[in-house]
Design a protein around this ligand. Sequence first.
Ligand SMILES: Cc1cc2nc3c(=O)[nH]c(=O)nc-3n(C[C@H](O)[C@H](O)[C@H](O)COP(=O)(O)OP(=O)(O)OC[C@H]3O[C@@H](n4cnc5c(N)ncnc54)[C@H](O)[C@@H]3O)c2cc1C
Length: 391
Amino acid sequence: MQKKLAVIGGGTAGILSLTHFCTWLDNTWKVVSIHNPQKKILGIGESTNGGFVTLLQYGLDFTPGSPADMARLDATLKFGSMFKKWRKHDFLNPLLDGSTAIHFNNFNFREFAYERLRQLWPKKFGLIEGDVKRIQNHPDRVTLTIDDEEHEFDYVIDCMGFPEDYTDYVMSDCTPINHCLIHNVREYEFEPYTDHIATQNGWMFGVPLQGRKTYGYMFNDVITRKEEALADMKEVLGVDAIDGREYFFKCYYAKQIIAGRICKNGNKALFFEPLVANSIFLYIHTARVFFDYIAGHNDAPVSNQMFVKGVQDMEDLISHYYQGGSTHQSKFWDAAVKLTQERLAHRAPYHELLATYRKLHSEGTLHLGPTYALAPHNWRIIDKALGYGNF
Ligand SMILES: Cc1cc2nc3c(=O)[nH]c(=O)nc-3n(C[C@H](O)[C@H](O)[C@H](O)COP(=O)(O)OP(=O)(O)OC[C@H]3O[C@@H](n4cnc5c(N)ncnc54)[C@H](O)[C@@H]3O)c2cc1C
């Protein structure tokens, strides 16, 4: 009898978790995707890092250079994030991992993945469309009530989006950003990177797809009134009107992702503002942690610690960018610098890391250092671009 893993959620996190487990579990497993087509995906979050492309190559035979595959995901190539107006000079920030990433349209992801999973992993891949009403964790299985029917699984990954209750979550103070205004343009000059443009009220991302370029104006709506943000976004983009879609969010991560036979992933596990496209990178980290747990390599306490270590490293990296301010003198940047410098002052692991990197760098062996969200040589590259003088 095949063992059964259910992945609930048809958004980015659900589909990449499904792809990860269809790829790496053997044929003694059934990996079932479950989602409610009536419940929309968040539909934002289209910049990635190298690990995402590697996962699609392994799991879906996705070929970054193939015009047909790229067109299916409305995708463009990405070699980093272009930081503008953070310093007098613009600089291309390296990817969190790998050397080639993509921008993709996450509304196209599910259908593309389902089609390839059916072809490549017919013995493993399964699909149930319905509404998960109840999840019951038992010592030897998990019972899901989908619509009014009960289904049994050995393990479950919950990628059902933002949590309703934050009791079991740590609220993060790694960034001052909590609000985003979206604007799409059809005509634009393509460049193979995600814009990260510092503004007087925060920063703005620019994600180029084949069919459109999406701008996201990130700010803090306690420091800046929405009208001010809108006015500045129009000016920066040179437009008279803004599309209008907006997102409000708080940053958090789960105190523990694994409880019994259930793991959280995606926005159900964590959310940080999208600097350097960290979310999908952390979802892949989380999928790997759960894989090692199911495979019996690590128990729940160790697995939960590995998750928390990964997200805390990312918190420090996000604060690392903000602590040096930008070319803008403003209420926002005064607050951002103060918040992140005070935060990092209390982060011993961050200071130990920089001390280790400095020592290894002086001995000519920086590459032997630990990865901390970013690989050591990329810490050196961004340190020089930001002018921090740690190396
Ligand atoms: C402004 C902004 C910009 C961002 N930019 C990036 C970026 O560039 N790169 C990046 O990596 N991330 C980015 N993110 C993070 C982004 O949130 C995530 O990448 C992504 O959207 C995660 O969504 P998800 O899959 O967790 O959940 P969702 O997209 O919300 O999907 C939830 C799924 O669960 C299903 N579901 C829910 N309840 C049930 C139920 N009871 N039964 C059955 N199915 C159910 C729904 O049908 C849906 O399919 C950004 C976020 C914001 C706000």
